[in-house]
Design a protein around this ligand. Structure first.
Ligand code: K1U
Ligand code: ZN
Length: 169
C-alpha cells in the first residue's frame, strides 16, 4: 500500500467528472487500498479518487472514531436512489480545501446503490454523518466542491488566497 498525494484547489482535476469503473481488477483494488490508507493518514472520514488525481468513480468512507474498529465503505459507481425531504445542516471541511469550512444543508437520509470491489451491487441506507460523508464524496466525483455552497465573495476570496500562497511556494 502507498500514501497518495491529495490534490488541493485550484487544481482543475477537482472540477472534472469522474468516469464509470468498468473493470474490477488488481489495479482497482490497489487504488482503493491506497485511497483508504491516505484517508486514514490524513485523517479524514472520506476520500474521492479525483482528490488523488484519478478520474474514476471510486470513493472510500469511514466515519468510525479512531478508538473504535475500522469500518471501511468502498463506493464504486455510486448513485443516490432515494433521499429524504428532511435536510440537516452541518459545517464541513475538505481535504482538498485547506482551512476552508462551509455549512451545507443535505438530505438527512439517503439510499445509495454502488458496486463493491468485486463488482457486486450493494445498497446502503445511510443517515447522519455517514449520509453526509457519502454525499460529500459523491459531489467530488461530479466535480463539485464545498466552495460551490459558499457565497461568490467567500469563494473568490478563498481562491485568490490559495493562488497567492501557491505562487509563493
Ligand atoms: O472528501 C474530503 O475532502 C474528506 C472530508 C470528508 C467530509 C468532511 C466533513 C463532512 C463530510 C465529509 C474530510 O474528512 S475533512 C476531515 C474531517 O472532517 C475529519 C477528520 C478527522 C476526524 C473527523 C473528521
Ligand atoms: Zn472534500
Amino acid at each position: 500500500m502507498a500514501l497518495l498525494e491529495i490534490v488541493t484547489a485550484p487544481d482543475p482535476v477537482l472540477r472534472k467528472k469522474a468516469e464509470k469503473v468498468r473493470e474490477y481488477n488488481k489495479e482497482l483494488e490497489k487504488l482503493v487500498l491506497d485511497m483508504a490508507e491516505t484517508m486514514y493518514a490524513a485523517p479524514g472520514i472520506g476520500l474521492a479518487a479525483n482528490q488523488c488525481g484519478v478520474l474514476k468513480q471510486v470513493a472510500v468512507v469511514d466515519i468510525s472514531p479512531p478508538d473504535k474498529p475500522k469500518n471501511l465503505l468502498v463506493l464504486i459507481n455510486p448513485e443516490i436512489v432515494q433521499r429524504d425531504e428532511q435536510q440537516d445542516q452541518m459545517e464541513e471541511g475538505c481535504l482538498s480545501l485547506p482551512e476552508f469550512r462551509q455549512v451545507v444543508s443535505r438530505p438527512s437520509r439517503i439510499k445509495v446503490c454502488a458496486k463493491n470491489l468485486k463488482g457486486e451491487t450493494q445498497e446502503i441506507i445511510a443517515e447522519g454523518l455517514l449520509a453526509r460523508a457519502i454525499q460529500h464524496e459523491m459531489d467530488h466525483l461530479n466535480g463539485k466542491l464545498l466552495l460551490d455552497y459558499a457565497s461568490s465573495i467567500k469563494r473568490e476570496f478563498y481562491l485568490r488566497k490559495r493562488k497567492k500562497l501557491l505562487r509563493k511556494k
